[in-house]
Write a protein that binds this ligand. Structure first.
Ligand SMILES: Cc1ncc(COP(=O)(O)O)c(C=O)c1O
Length: 478
C-alpha cells in the first residue's frame, strides 16, 4: 500500500544524514519537537527516522538527553591493530561483496537511486506489516524451536503460489532467496563443478555460486530468453548438472523466456539429467500477466523453485521458500539445517499474517500500478535523453531496465562520474558471469517517482555525453 508517512520518514532520514555529515562527532542533533515542527510530522514518524540512523551507527540516542552525532572513540584503537598476518592466514577468498553491498546499502540522502533492487519505503507494505506483527505477537510459542522446514501454513501459502507445481510438503522456508540460492548451490553441486547461468544474470547468484566453490558458465540470451542451442552446447561441453535461470522478468535484462522455448529447455534438463533453479523473484511485479512458473511443466523434479517476500513486502521481511521434490529436497533441507537450523518463528508468523490479510492483494495491486507508472516515466525519460544508448526491451514486469552503452564506453567510469552527480546506477559488468561482451547499465525505476525520472535521466545523459566528448577529443588529438 502506498504510504505517506514513509515518505516523510525518508525525508527526515535524509535531512539528518546531511546534518550528521557536516557536524562534529558528539554534536547535538535537532530535538524531536523541532523535527516534528520542521517536517509537520508526528512523533512516530520522527522516531522511526531516528531509530533508523541509530541502527546505522550514524547517531546515538541518549534517552532524556537527546540525540547526537555518533562518536568514533574506537577509531584509533582499530587503526593501531596490526592485522596484516590475517592476509596470509586467509589466503584467496571466494566472496565478492561489492555488487551485493550496493544492493543492501541505503542510498545517501541527496542522491537519485537508479540502482534500487528493493521497494523504497513509500511502496513497502509498512502498515500491513505493523498490523500483521501485532496479530502475530498475540500468539504464543513463537520463541520456541520451529520445524526446520518451516511453519506448515506458510509453506502451504508458498506452494499455492507455484500454480500447483508443488505442495506444502515440498516447500522449505528460508530467510530470503539469497539464502535459498546459497543453500541450493551447495546442496545440488560439489566444489569445482560448473553451473550454467544466463548471461547477463543476477549478480547475487553469481556471487553465491562462486562462494559455494562453483564455476559460473555464461549462456547467452536473446530477446526470447536463454538460447536453447547454446544451453545444449554448454551442458554438453561442461558436463554441468545445474542451470540457474530467471524465466520471468529476468534481472537485469527484463526478458521473459518465450513460450516456444520452455519445452525445449525442459527437454534439455531431461536429456542431460540436470537441475534448473528457477528464481521467480519478480512474479509479484507483473504489469502484464506472465506465463506460469516453468516448474508447472516439470513432473520429474528437475526444477527447483525459489521465491521470497522481501521484494513485494519489505526488504526486512526476510522470508522465502525453496520448492523441490525427490532426493534433492532432502539435500536442500540438510543444507538449510546445517546453515542455521530454522527461520525464527516470529518472522514466519508475521509473514503468514501478512499474506493472509484481506488487504494483501490490494497492496499488490497498488504496487503494480505504482511500479508500472515508474517504469513508464523512466522509459519516456530514457527515450528523450539517452540518444546514444539503447534500451533493447521494455519489460512487462520487474524493477529494472537494461541499457546498452555506446561501444567502448566504460560502465565503471559512467557509474563513478554518476556518483559525483548524485546519481546511483549499476555497472553492467557485475551481472555477467564472465567477461562482459558489451558495456551496459542497469537502470532501476522502483525508487524514482515519475516526476523525478526526467531529471535523473537527464543528469545521467550529461555524464554519458561528458565521457563521449572526452573520448571523441582523444580520437581527434591522436
Ligand atoms: C533475481 C534476484 N534473485 C534473488 C534476489 C535476492 O532476494 P532476497 O531479498 O529474497 O534474498 C534478488 C535481489 O535483488 C534478485 O534480484
Amino acid at each position: 500500500m502506498v504510504m505517506k508517512a514513509s515518505n516523510t520518514t525518508e525525508r527526515v532520514i535524509q535531512h539528518l544524514r546531511t546534518v550528521a555529515a557536516t557536524q562534529m562527532p558528539g554534536s547535538r542533533l535537532p530535538s524531536v519537537r523541532h523535527l516534528m515542527r520542521e517536517f509537520a510530522a508526528g512523533p512516530g514518524t520522527i522516531q522511526r527516522a531516528l531509530d533508523h540512523l541509530v541502527h546505522e551507527g550514524l547517531i546515538e540516542a541518549h534517552p532524556g538527553r537527546g540525540t547526537f552525532v555518533a562518536k568514533q572513540d574506537d577509531k584509533e584503537r582499530w587503526q593501531a591493530a596490526d592485522t596484516a598476518w590475517q592476509n596470509v592466514a586467509l589466503g584467496e577468498g571466494r566472496f565478492e561483496p561489492d555488487a551485493l553491498q550496493a544492493m543492501v546499502r541505503l542510498p545517501p540522502s541527496q542522491s537519485l537511486p537508479l540502482n534500487a533492487g528493493y521497494l523504497p519505503p513509500a511502496l513497502q507494505a509498512t502498515d500491513l506489516l505493523k498490523a500483521a506483527t501485532s496479530r502475530a505477537l498475540r500468539r504464543s510459542g513463537y520463541w520456541e524451536r520451529m520445524p526446520p522446514e518451516g511453519m506448515y501454513q506458510l509453506r502451504a501459502w508458498f506452494a499455492e503460489g507455484t500454480g500447483g507445481a508443488f505442495d506444502a510438503r515440498e516447500v522449505t522456508i528460508c530467510p530470503g532467496t539469497q539464502s535459498s540460492l546459497a543453500a541450493s548451490f551447495r546442496a545440488l553441486a560439489n566444489v569445482g563443478d560448473p553451473v550454467l547461468m544466463e548471461s547477463p544474470t543476477y549478480a547475487g547468484a553469481i556471487a553465491a555460486a562462486r562462494a559455494a566453490g562453483l564455476r559460473p558458465v555464461p549462456v547467452p540470451i536473446d530477446g526470447m530468453g536463454v538460447r536453447p542451442d547454446f544451453l545444449a552446447d554448454a551442458f554438453r561441453t561442461t558436463g554441468a548438472r545445474l542451470f540457474y535461470c530467471q524465466p520471468t522478468f529476468a534481472n537485469p535484462s527484463g526478458i521473459t523466456l518465450a513460450s516456444a522455448r520452455r519445452q525445449k529447455v525442459l527437454d534439455l534438463l531431461g536429456e542431460f539429467g540436470a537441475f534448473l533453479i528457477e528464481d521467480d523473484w519478480a512474479r509479484d511485479f507483473q504489469f502484464e500477466p506472465p506465463p506460469p512458473p516453468l516448474a508447472t511443466d516439470d513432473r520429474n523434479g528437475h526444477v527447483i523453485y525459489v521465491r521470497s517476500l522481501t521484494k513485494c513486502a519489505a526488504p526486512g521481511l526476510r522470508i522465502g521458500a525453496i520448492c523441490a521434490r525427490g532426493p534433492a529436497l532432502g539435500r536442500l533441507r540438510a543444507a538449510r539445517l546445517t546453515d542455521d537450523f530454522f527461520v525464527p518463528g516470529l518472522l514466519q508468523e508475521i509473514a503468514f499474517e501478512l499474506v493472509s490479510a484481506p488487504n494483501w492483494v490490494r497492496h499488490l495491486r497498488a504496487l503494480r500500478g505504482a511500479l508500472r507508472a515508474r517504469r513508464d516515466g523512466m522509459v519516456a525519460a530514457l527515450n528523450k535523453h539517452l540518444g546514444p544508448c539503447e534500451l533493447a526491451k521494455i519489460p512487462d514486469g520487474g524493477l529494472h531496465l537494461w541499457v546498452r552503452l555506446p561501444d567502448g564506453m566504460s560502465d565503471v567510469e559512467v557509474v563513478r562520474r554518476c556518483v559525483r552527480a548524485d546519481i546511483l546506477v549499476g555497472a553492467g559488468r557485475d551481472w555477467f558471469p564472465a567477461d562482459p561482451p558489451a558495456p551496459h547499465l542497469r537502470v532501476s525505476f522502483a525508487a524514482i517517482v515519475p516526476e523525478d525520472a526526467d531529471q535523473a535521466v537527464s543528469r545521467l545523459a550529461s555524464v554519458i555525453a561528458e565521457i563521449q566528448d572526452v573520448s571523441v577529443g582523444v580520437v581527434h588529438s591522436a
